[in-house]
Write a protein that binds this ligand. Structure first.
Ligand code: GLN
Length: 251
C-alpha cells in the first residue's frame, strides 16, 4: 500500500508550521509500513493531479491568497475541483480552506474569486479571531474532539448542503456566530485549525488516512498505534483551554 500526497502551494500557504501536518501523516504511515511520497506543487508547477491520493493546503495571509489567483485560473483550479469530485482526500487549512469556497472578500473590500469547489463563501470582518479553540468532529469524521489554534478575520458561511467539519466547544470556528467549524464535503476536510493540528489530534490524522486508503484500496488497514504521548499533549491543551474559558466566564 502507498499514498501519494500533494502539498499545494507550500511556498505561499504555510503559516505556523502547517507543513508539520504532512510530517505527521508520513510518520503515521511509516509506523504502519505504508509507503508515502510527498510532492510539493508550487505556483507555476504542472503535474497530473489524478495521481495524488491526498492533498494538503495550508494557511496564508490575504496578500498570499491574492497571489495564487492567476495560477488557479491557469487550469489548476479545474483540476483541484475534479480531484474533489473524484473523492480525493483534502486537508485545507484557513486560507487554503477559504480557497475551496466561492470567494474570499477581505475587510478592505478586495474580492478573491475562488474555486467554488465547495458551497461556502468568506467575508473579512474588522476583528480577528485569534486563540486556541476546540471542536467536536461530526460523526462522519470520527466524532473525536480536536484542539487547535485559529487566526483569521474571514467569517465563513456554509451553503445549506455542506456539513460543518465539527461543532465548536470553545472558540469561534467558521464565523463565531453559528457554532460551526470548517467543512466536510465528500473527502474534503476544511478547517481553521493551524498548527500543526494533526500531531496533537491523532484520531483526526487517522481519519484523513482512512478516507484516502479506502478511496484507493477499498479498505484501510490502520493498525492501532501507541498514541500515549500525542493524547497527553491533546488532553493537556484541552484541559488548559477549558480551565481558562471557565475562569473567564466566572469573571
Ligand atoms: N487571510 C485569511 C483571514 O484572515 C486567512 C488567514 C490565515 O490563513 N491564517 O481570514
Amino acid at each position: 500500500m502507498e499514498l501519494n500526497i500533494c502539498h499545494l502551494y507550500p511556498e505561499v500557504l504555510n503559516l505556523y508550521g502547517d507543513r508539520g501536518n504532512i510530517r505527521c501523516l508520513e510518520q503515521r504511515l511509516a509506523w504502519r509500513g505504508i509507503d508515502c511520497h510527498v510532492t510539493m506543487l508550487k505556483i507555476g508547477d504542472q503535474a497530473d493531479l489524478t495521481k495524488f491520493d491526498l492533498f494538503f493546503v495550508g494557511g496564508g495571509q490575504d496578500f498570499e491568497q491574492e497571489v495564487l489567483l492567476a495560477d488557479l485560473g491557469s487550469g489548476k483550479g479545474g483540476e483541484i475541483r475534479a480531484a474533489i469530485e473524484d473523492g480525493k482526500t483534502f486537508l485545507a487549512i484557513c486560507g487554503g480552506y477559504q480557497m475551496l469556497g466561492h470567494y474570499y472578500e477581505t475587510h478592505e473590500g478586495v474580492k478573491c474569486e475562488y474555486l467554488g469547489a465547495v458551497d461556502f463563501y468568506t467575508k473579512g470582518a474588522d476583528v480577528r479571531m485569534i486563540d486556541n479553540y476546540c471542536f467536536t468532529l461530526g460523526q462522519e469524521s470520527g466524532g473525536s474532539v480536536v484542539v487547535g489554534f485559529e487566526n483569521h478575520s474571514g467569517k465563513t458561511w456554509l451553503g445549506p448542503d455542506v456539513q460543518p467539519l465539527g461543532r465548536i466547544i470553545r472558540g469561534n470556528g467558521n464565523n463565531g456566530e453559528d457554532g460551526t467549524e470548517g467543512c466536510r464535503y465528500r473527502n474534503v476536510f476544511g478547517t481553521y485549525s493551524h498548527g500543526p493540528v494533526l500531531p496533537k489530534n491523532p484520531q483526526f490524522a487517522d481519519e484523513l488516512l482512512r478516507t484516502a486508503l479506502i478511496r484507493k484500496y477499498g479498505k484501510a488497514d490502520l493498525a492501532p498505534l501507541d498514541d500515549t504521548v500525542e493524547l497527553s499533549a491533546h488532553d493537556a491543551v484541552y484541559r488548559r483551554l477549558m480551565n481558562r474559558f471557565e475562569a473567564d466566564e466566572r469573571d
